[in-house]
Design a protein around this ligand. Structure first.
Ligand SMILES: CC(C)(COP(=O)(O)OP(=O)(O)OC[C@H]1O[C@@H](n2cnc3c(N)ncnc32)[C@H](O)[C@@H]1OP(=O)(O)O)[C@@H](O)C(=O)NCCC(=O)NCCS
Length: 304
């Protein structure tokens, strides 16, 4: 493809991204992240009462990838739900898990964000605006009831479906019979299509809005937030959000430089790294936020 490291770094902050090995799918990455999350939580697969997996790149059109992860982990035959909300998928999943745990329906929920983008990228000049952004990856958390008043304070989710075509993958489509044709492939309709500037423009408005929504709902001042983890779409977006909120960039955790945009996996990967690097400590107040295809956007405020 006709591009340069400099072009990509200046516009996105991305230097590296990870791709799966041939034959590896979203569920393999999700299962591996889940094993590490279970280990960190000192729990086994038998302790999991429900599985939620967020992805826009399931192994198959159906069934979803959560059931495959259930099998790979050797978990009990518990419910396994796929969430289809792209970059906001992990936070949408967090909202569902939080509600389930609050009602007492489930005690331990495994929440996974996993993506394989590499097999769907056009690595020629035609696809360069999209291809340079995305990488493969997975992250996972195990959620359970908090006994000391800490935990998830609130989750906020939004959508605006009129912008479906600003960032989408059209085919295969249940509107077409057959769902994909050679002509559609020739036209590149099986590849993600993005109006980068429109996405950027909306993202830098929605991120601050939804972050403020979480703060207002919890009567928390931005100064009292220890760390912000934004979906890693583009470092320039994070910088714009930081400046719009008036928060120094150092209070945001960023790893896009090494992993690129991993969609639903982006927040849990960043969260895992932040915890392992001691950037999140017991008692810290954490805000997470996402924006992406749909459009969808979301935030969560957590007392760690
Ligand atoms: C994709 C993005 C980096 C493009 O940056 P931009 O400054 O808007 O660039 P444009 O799309 O206007 O393209 C400018 C030029 O660079 C070219 N270009 C696009 N991708 C390129 C690449 N990888 N390498 C080199 N040139 C590229 C374009 O073809 C265009 O050329 P032209 O002026 O000759 O037509 C930017 O729009 C963006 O980050 N948007 C948000 C995307 C995002 O976060 N998506 C995921 C949301 S979850």
């Amino acid at each position: 493809m006709d591009t340069s490291d400099q072009w990509i770094r200046e516009r996105t902050g991305i230097r590296e991204r990870r791709y799966v090995k041939p034959g590896e799918g979203t569920s393999e990455l999700g299962a591996e992240a889940s094993r590490r999350a279970l280990e960190a939580a000192k729990l086994g697969p038998e302790d999991i009462d429900h599985i939620i997996l967020a992805t826009l790149s399931p192994d198959f059109t159906f069934p979803g990838s959560a059931v495959i992860v259930q099998d790979m982990l050797g978990a009990r035959n518990v419910g396994a739900l796929d969430v289809r909300n792209q970059c906001s998928g992990f936070l949408y999943g967090l909202g569902i898990a939080d509600a389930f745990i609050r009602t007492g329906q489930y005690r331990h929920i495994l929440l996974v964000g996993a993506e394989v983008h590499s097999t769907g990228l056009d690595l020629t000049t035609r696809g360069r605006d999209v291809a340079v952004l995305f990488g493969d990856g997975a992250g996972a958390v195990v959620l359970g009831p908090a006994e000391d008043g800490r935990g998830i304070r609130s989750v906020h989710t939004h959508s605006q479906g009129k912008y479906v075509k600003k960032l989408w993958l059209e085919a295969p489509s249940s509107r077409c019979h057959p769902r994909i044709t050679e002509e559609m492939i020739r036209e590149g309709r099986h590849l993600a299509e993005m109006e980068g500037r429109a996405v950027f423009k909306h993202a830098v408005v929605r991120f601050p809005q939804v972050i403020r929504e979480a703060l207002t709902a919890n009567e928390v001042d931005l100064d009292d937030v220890d760390l912000l983890i934004l979906h890693q779409a583009n470092l320039r977006i994070v910088e714009a959000v930081a400046s719009s909120l008036g928060v120094p960039l150092e209070r945001f955790f960023n790893n896009i430089e090494r992993v690129g945009n991993t969609t639903a996996a982006s927040i849990p990967i960043a969260l895992d790294e932040a915890v392992r690097e001691d950037r999140v400590r017991a008692g810290d107040r954490l805000v997470m936020a996402a924006f992406g295809s749909g459009f969808t956007w979301a935030s969560a405020l957590v007392e760690w």
